[in-house]
Design a protein around this ligand. Structure first.
Ligand SMILES: [Zn+2]
Length: 398
């Protein structure tokens, strides 16, 4: 039996009530009491506190049936903002979202340098600017969540290694917090993407894996409802599972790693050699596919086999309910998911579903905003509907 002092129980009740208000959008006190199992007096006291803090508001929602319209409560999305930052290679996406997860501002900044200190200076400058420009609400910018395309230590939020920038051991969280009077959270980009898939799209799935097939391979895992990060926080480096003994040499020191065969650049490079072209892009491939290009199709089918080998291994490890593949290439190849399913023929591999991501390259920053809301409201899990998130249109792929 779980016991605790009254302030602890109050905190748990508050979290539960907030979570249900987020989930339902608009809900009456009576329904809150019914859904949470808390008595009406407890709900009333909590709601009064939240109203006082301006975190929720009351409204009378239009009702078609005759009779009194119930007073509904909802999250006050305008109480403050969260800032999601996707620190990608040579570009940084800053997205500001309200407390209902709706993006209200987005900025993509190109960066020329790889120097850590210069980039920190840029980020600090931007965040200070946003703190000032978005200070018109009771809480202003409440926190920032930074997505890192590399390994992040879960204890102290430091970057252990960022392969493309070649940064080793950078205490980014500590440095940003020292400069900014703002709570900062640092998380691996694939973890944020997995989180976004659950929060915005696959609400039902408590065992969800996301596989991001871009310049490398990233993966984020939600097992039994929680993000799985491993002992230090470095779990999910699936791109470096070996699929070919004595295969191509990898930057990690091994040979035959999955990402050498199943990342986007690996396919583009092979096609460039075959077609004797340079700088092939995903839109180029899309155009070639429209002409029913046999060589391109056969190369992508081969590529899908490589993707399937990794998937087969992952499925056997995790028995996932939902596998979300985030890939620009698979999106433009008709029947890609059916082909993957067709390749997964093992009688012992069991999974629920394989789907392509609708969040695309916004998944990291959306996950960052959602995590910011979760931290600020101090709730365990949240659900946000996609129309609320207003996923901005994908930029044209390069
Ligand atoms: Zn490797």
């Amino acid at each position: 039996m779980v016991t605790g002092d009254s302030s602890y129980i109050k905190k748990i009740n508050r979290s539960l009530i907030l979570r249900k208000i987020i989930e339902h959008g608009f809900i009456s006190r009576a329904d809150l009491s019914k859904i949470t199992g808390l008595n009406k007096a407890t709900v009333s006291v909590q709601v009064a506190d939240l109203l006082h803090e301006e975190l929720i508001y009351e409204t009378q929602v239009e009702h078609h049936s005759i009779g009194r319209r119930p007073i509904m409560i909802s999250i006050n999305e305008d109480a403050g903002y969260v800032l999601g930052v996707d620190l990608d290679y040579k570009s940084i996406n800053y997205t500001i979202s309200n407390l209902k997860g709706k993006s209200v501002y987005e900025c993509n900044e190109k960066i020329e340098t790889e120097d850590y200190q210069s980039i920190m200076k840029t980020i600090i400058g931007k965040i200070k600017e946003y703190q000032l420009n978005f200070s018109d609400r009771p809480y202003g910018v409440v926190n920032a969540v930074i997505g890192i395309h590399g390994t992040v230590n879960k204890q102290d939020g430091s970057i252990r290694f960022n392969p493309r920038y070649k940064w080793v051991q950078k205490n980014i969280k500590e440095e940003l917090q020292k400069e900014l009077s703002l709570p900062i959270f640092v998380e691996n980009n694939a973890n944020l993407s997995a989180y976004a898939e659950k929060v915005y799209k696959h609400h039902h799935s408590n065992n969800l894996l996301t596989i991001i097939l871009t310049s490398g391979i990233g993966s984020g895992m939600i097992i039994d409802g929680d993000l799985q990060k491993g002992f230090h926080g470095y779990a999910g480096e699936m791109g470096h599972m070996i699929i070919f003994p004595n295969g191509d040499p990898c930057r990690c020191g091994n040979h035959g790693c999955w990402e050498l065969y199943a990342s986007e650049p690996s396919l583009l490079k092979k096609l460039e050699t075959e077609l004797q072209q340079t700088n092939l892009t995903i839109p180029d491939i899309e155009n070639l596919l429209k002409t029913d290009h046999i060589i391109v199709k056969s190369f992508i089918d081969r590529y899908l086999q490589y993707v399937s080998i990794g998937l087969n291994n992952i499925i056997n490890l995790y028995n996932p309910e939902t596998i979300v593949i985030n890939s620009r290439l698979l999106k433009i190849y008709p029947g890609a998911v059916e082909k993957l399913r067709g390749n997964l023929i093992s009688s012992v591999s069991e999974y629920g579903e394989i789907v392509l991501s609708d969040l695309g390259n916004h998944s990291c920053v959306l996950g960052a905003c959602a995590l910011g809301i979760q931290h600020f409201l101090d709730v365990d899990n949240i659900r946000i509907s996609l129309p609320e998130a207003q996923v901005l249109k994908e930029e044209s792929p390069v």
